[in-house]
Write a protein of this length. Structure first.
Length: 260
């Protein structure tokens, strides 16, 4: 099972240890694309703070994020699972998983990123600010920029089993499963059952809990159908819609009564 996650907008501070070693990151086929984004982002933030804030969509109060980006090559790095914070990651609670569940997390979780393309949770990265929705002056919109390199590496990364896609729309734009990979991919929405509406905070938290539940249970569904069964066994109410034709992903709605 491969689980695709969005990053968090806010991030923990960089560590005090060794700086980024780009060659150590997972998915080495993305190395050249990562180097290009990193170079332009650092140059942009070092050359013109106001332009950088505008490009990155940062308010006056987030001016310090521009400075952070100028130091990406020298700042201490930490495991990505520690850098990413926020609602989904709080609910996932990587730090509190037992050893077996943590091992499963290392093998199955892949976090998409405007700067790195995608990283595993044990990949050591510095704290940064660069969402997939950013349009860099030289490289253009990152969602479009990453499509070609991600198309090269993701079919292999997806392996032969289930792909559980929990990304938001901006990050899903960087890679959309095709062909037989799409047929074993499941996208998930979390709906407030009484209203049938998606609530953003609630949606993220529940997705984090779903991943934690699967990791703790040692569940290893190999297909969307098996995922529906596994989630049912874990107490979730799921409605599944199989694709109407080949090359399309399954759609799963997880229904929850309480928003918390």
């Amino acid at each position: 099972m491969l689980v695709l996650l969005p990053p968090s907008e806010g991030k923990a501070a960089s560590g005090r240890g060794a700086p980024l070693k780009p060659e150590s990151l997972s998915l080495p086929g993305l190395a050249d694309a990562r180097a290009a984004v990193l170079a332009e982002l650092v140059e942009l933030c070092a050359a013109d703070e106001e332009k950088a804030r505008d490009v990155l969509g940062l308010s006056e109060g987030l001016r310090g994020e521009v400075t952070k980006n100028t130091e990406l090559r020298t700042a201490g790095a930490r495991p990505a699972g520690e850098i990413y914070t926020g609602v989904l990651y709080d609910a996932l609670g990587l730090a509190t998983l037992d050893a077996a569940a943590r091992k499963r997390a290392r093998a199955s979780l892949l976090v998409f990123s405007g700067l790195w393309g995608a990283v595993r949770i044990d990949d050591r990265i510095p704290s940064y600010r660069c969402s997939m929705g950013v349009k860099l002056p030289g490289l253009g919109a990152l969602g479009a920029y990453w499509r070609a390199p991600m198309a090269e590496v993701m079919p292999e990364a997806a392996g032969t089993g289930l792909v559980l896609d929990l990304r938001s729309a901006a990050y899903a734009a960087a890679w959309r499963p095709k062909g037989e990979v799409a047929g074993r991919t499941a996208t998930v929405r979390v709906l407030h059952a009484p209203t049938r509406k998606v609530v953003s905070h609630f949606n993220k938290a529940t997705k984090g809990r779903i991943v934690r539940s699967l990791l703790e249970a040692g569940a290893g569904p190999s297909s969307p159908g098996e995922l529906v069964e596994a989630l049912g066994d874990l107490g979730y109410v799921v409605e599944a819609e199989a694709p109407g034709r080949a090359g399309k992903a399954w759609s799963l709605d997880v229904l929850v009564d309480e928003i918390h």
